[in-house]
Design a protein around this ligand. Structure first.
Ligand SMILES: *Cc1c(COP(=O)(O)O)cnc(C)c1O
Length: 418
């Protein structure tokens, strides 16, 4: 390995001056004295969201009342936001709705996939990773248990196990594109092609991809996708999630949550469910409009750049952090969990340390906000829209100082949310 020259804070300041995305930080409200490395869990607040919330509450709700379903576009909002989000994930207009939670959208997508595969009863397996975000596995467990048709869930322990695991019994491969804990990034096109070679359907969870890495759902010929808007897309706490159903599957997309918003003619108020044509059949009931409206504020910021600019800065930030940790913290027991290869890395860096929870709490006390994930992992998300290169330097220095001086409490009590 070549030894890279030691970096300085001045070097990072030069990178900030040269950063083409630097101006976008001004689109966000961040408290002073805070370096926010947790945008992968809850994105920062776009400045415009306060005014948007005021507009929805005072004008659209307060003054225009029920007319806003039409006049303010409330009824169409899951689709208008879906169309705005589509280019970020390589989807076409009319293929995404913003609605419900990621967990609920997983339920619909898994149910639809199993329904499509039900003509082949020998396909009785859903493949996912043991290290997947638990709710994804829980939702698959819930559906298969409730269907009671002998489906099994096969948990693989490494992406390398996929070629052996996928076979003629596989109904569905369900993966999270970027692993929430390690930051491992799957090759979407290659894994989708593998699933299809065996006649399986492919469902991607984009919770840590949408707004973080370029995604090309249609180019990869994926079957279904879901994702969050409150992480890298900065939609706000609990903002509705999204679901993608490509054009070619919309006519056969059926799920059990057949509520009136997915009906062909909801205001006919007739018994008998008949799904609407298109992706709106993935809707169920009335949307949380105040929260939904704020998703647009996050998406507007993405309209001022593109995913390739975001990706190059994201890799530069994570490369810098890894290099600083390796140059300046090498005497400490830190282990890099995130892949070094760019092709396998999302927009985060995860480090293992025996006192990971205590070190994260010490960092938070110094204004450097990352988070802790079991087992013994410190997780740092790098969001190129509002994190700069000197922030990375300052965060790494804070960690070096905490480790050098052992300025953490190894018996730190766990909070409910880590
Ligand atoms: C964050 C996350 C979720 C969250 O699901 P909710 O239903 O919104 O709570 C689901 N899956 C993955 C992979 C996630 O990272």
């Amino acid at each position: 390995m070549t030894t890279l020259p030691p970096l300085t804070r001045e070097h990072c300041a030069v990178l900030d001056v040269q950063d083409p995305l630097a101006a976008l930080r001004n689109e966000f409200l961040l408290p002073s004295g805070v370096i926010y490395l947790d945008g992968n869990s809850l994105g920062a607040r776009p400045k415009s969201s306060l005014q948007r919330a005021q507009e929805v509450i005072s004008q659209e709700w307060g003054q225009d009342l029920i007319t806003s379903w039409n006049k303010a576009g409330w009824f169409q909002m899951p689709s208008t936001l879906g169309d705005q989000l589509a280019p970020l994930v390589g989807a076409d207009a009319g293929e995404i709705v913003v609605t419900d939670t990621t967990s609920v959208n997983l339920f619909k997508a898994i149910a639809a996939a199993l329904h499509i595969q039900s003509a082949s009863p020998e396909r009785n397996t859903i493949i996912t990773e043991r290290s997947n975000f638990p709710t994804d596995i829980y939702m698959a467990e819930g559906i298969t248990r409730w269907l009671d048709r002998g489906y099994r869930i096969h948990l693989i322990d490494s992406p390398e196990d996929l070629p052996v695991a996928v076979n003629a019994q596989t109904a569905l491969v369900m993966l999270t594109h970027v692993n929430y804990r390690t930051g491992y990034l799957h090759d979407m096109a290659a894994v989708t092609a593998l699933a299809h070679r065996h006649g399986a359907l492919m469902l991607w969870d984009l919770a840590h991809s949408a707004g973080a890495v370029p995604v090309a759902l249609n180019a990869a010929e994926a079957d279904f996708a879901v994702g969050c808007t409150y992480k890298y897309l900065n939609g706000g706490p609990g903002a509705p999630a999204f679901i993608w159903v490509p054009q070619r599957h919309q006519a056969i997309f059926q799920h059990p949550l057949s509520g009136w918003w997915g009906h062909a003619n909801p205001f006919a108020m007739q018994p008998g469910f008949e799904p609407v044509a298109g992706v709106r059949r993935a809707l169920c009931g009335t949307q949380p409009i105040v929260s939904l409206a704020l998703v647009g504020c996050g998406l507007e910021v993405f309209g001022k750049t593109d995913m390739h600019a975001i990706r190059s800065k994201s890799l530069a930030l994570t490369d810098l952090f890894i290099r600083l940790v390796e140059q300046r913290c090498q005497q400490h027991a830190l282990e890099l969990v995130t892949p070094r290869a760019h092709a396998q890395r999302g927009s985060q860096v995860s480090l293992r340390h025996p006192h990971a929870y205590a070190v994260i709490q010490a960092l938070i006390r110094r204004g450097v906000i990352g988070d802790y994930r079991e087992p013994a992992i410190m997780r740092f998300g790098f969001t190129p829209l509002y994190i700069g290169f000197t922030d990375v330097w300052d965060a790494a220095e804070a960690m070096r100082d905490i480790l050098d001086s052992q300025d953490y409490d190894a018996n730190e009590q766990r909070h409910a949310v880590t």
